[in-house]
Design a protein around this ligand. Sequence first.
Ligand SMILES: Cc1cc2nc3c(=O)[nH]c(=O)nc-3n(C[C@H](O)[C@H](O)[C@H](O)COP(=O)(O)OP(=O)(O)OC[C@H]3O[C@@H](n4cnc5c(N)ncnc54)[C@H](O)[C@@H]3O)c2cc1C
Length: 326
Amino acid sequence: MWFRSFCLFTLCLNHLIAQEQPQVLIIGSGPAGLGAACITAQKGYSTLVCTGPTPRGQLNYERPVKNFLGMPQTPGKIIMERLEQHAELARASIVPEEVTYVAQDMDRFFIMTSSGREFTPEAVIIATGTGAKKLNVYGEREAAGRGLNYELNKDDISWHGKDVVVIGGGEDAVQNAKRLAVKASSVQVLVRGDDCKASHADVHALQAMPNVTISFNTAVKGVISDSESVIAVLTDSGVIRCDQIFVSIGLTPNSDLVKEFVECDKDGYIVLIGRTQTTSCPGLFAAGTVADPIYSESFISAAQGMMAAYDTCKYLKAKKIKPKMK
Ligand SMILES: Cc1cc2nc3c(=O)[nH]c(=O)nc-3n(C[C@H](O)[C@H](O)[C@H](O)COP(=O)(O)OP(=O)(O)OC[C@H]3O[C@@H](n4cnc5c(N)ncnc54)[C@H](O)[C@@H]3O)c2cc1C
């Protein structure tokens, strides 16, 4: 079986090498991916950006962003639009593709996307960001989309007048619970430990809301839903009936694509070498929050994308690969 897969892989690789291929493929089009694309393309390396499920990344929202250097109080959408324009001006190609497979062999990469396209770039920059952490409990997968959410979408009003459970005790969970309590019938916050990690002022403000209860030392064991909606949360201290559940227990890096052959830390963040964006896999560079558990800020991610691009250009130059674009 493995021999057949190997032969197929080698056949695909030889076939693809013969075709026109990008020299650099960037996975992700958030601040890190677009930051990287601006530089590799400007340096003349043919660059393809696969946007993935969230084109322009997490910052692509209407609200003003306070801390993007040089663009104070600019809506996230505008910042991301400008970054995309900059990358296109540098002649990067941006395509609405989600990468589903990455492998490295014979000094080249082999990449497949969900629409069946295949690429064999010389170098890859992974900038896939983070996603919401899952509870990993019984019934969670079935309940997702039936009233169990990982993000609070301001246009969604399905929780108005409903009994809502918020799971988590961090800053995001407390802020979300406060927003939900304004329109929900009741909000019960379930915290695994004996304290919330949010600021005392926020926790007090939440506790003061008349329709909110916070249950500490409560571990979630499962979720019950029927074919249409959520029914209850199972905890180690009993069953809580509810109509909606918001899971807000933190973020996890989207490193699954490469974690089989690239060193990651215990939480799944890609490990970088020294003060570079280089990874344990030669030719594969990482940027943004997929490789950064500390600085979750868009400007920093964009800068890390640029650093990854400079590392990539240095790698290609050392391999004597000349830029294709004049
Ligand atoms: C609600 C919210 C508010 C925020 N507010 C601020 C703020 O005010 N100021 C600030 O500085 N930061 C803010 N941040 C943080 C900021 O958005 C992130 O630090 C930044 O977006 C990280 O950039 P990134 O490029 O690493 O990842 P992301 O922006 O997460 O981009 C990841 C990209 O990877 C793509 N991708 C994922 N998987 C695949 C795949 N298999 N194939 C192809 N592409 C893939 C996605 O589609 C996306 O384009 C906020 C974040 C959130 C969620």
